[in-house]
Design a binder for this molecule. Sequence first.
Ligand code: NI
Length: 185
Amino acid sequence: MILPIYLYGHPVLKKVAVPITEEYPEIAILMDNMYDTMYNAKGVGLAAPQIGLSIRLFVVDTIQAMKKEEEDKGIKRVFINPVILNESGDEWVFEEGCLSIPAISGDVERKAKVMLRYLDTDFVEHTEEFDGFNARVIQHEYDHLEGKLFIEKLKPLKKKLIQGKLNKIKAGDVNAEYKVKLYRL
Ligand code: NI
């Protein structure tokens, strides 16, 4: 089922999300719904706060964004209660966007590698290092669990330039090609 994506301005996006246990109700359905919602919006990642749930869970599918010959480098994964243990490598710039902030993108610097401890869909713990585009998407989604958005990492001038657009989103003046939820609605 496709769920509405909560947009910039909604307080759930500013909250630090809480861990979940195996007893969390209907988690299999939730994960299916998050994948459906992400694909429908043509995203490569979606964090639970973006569908209004302040819990530590996100889904990622970078396979769809890879060239055919590099598809094996992509990942399709659910990350539950992830913890970043370490970030390493050089900082690199990538133009990020976010389904909660339609039609805005900007260059964000992040470290190249991320060491992550997380639970899979069976609540089995893994510790794994990711790099490149996979690391980038994981870092972006992880920030959502900490109540942070990529726009906070933009250069001051860029922040100024997008302020008008952000105000419009907040005010509900927004056109997205997918179902959305505004704070005031
Ligand atoms: Ni995002």
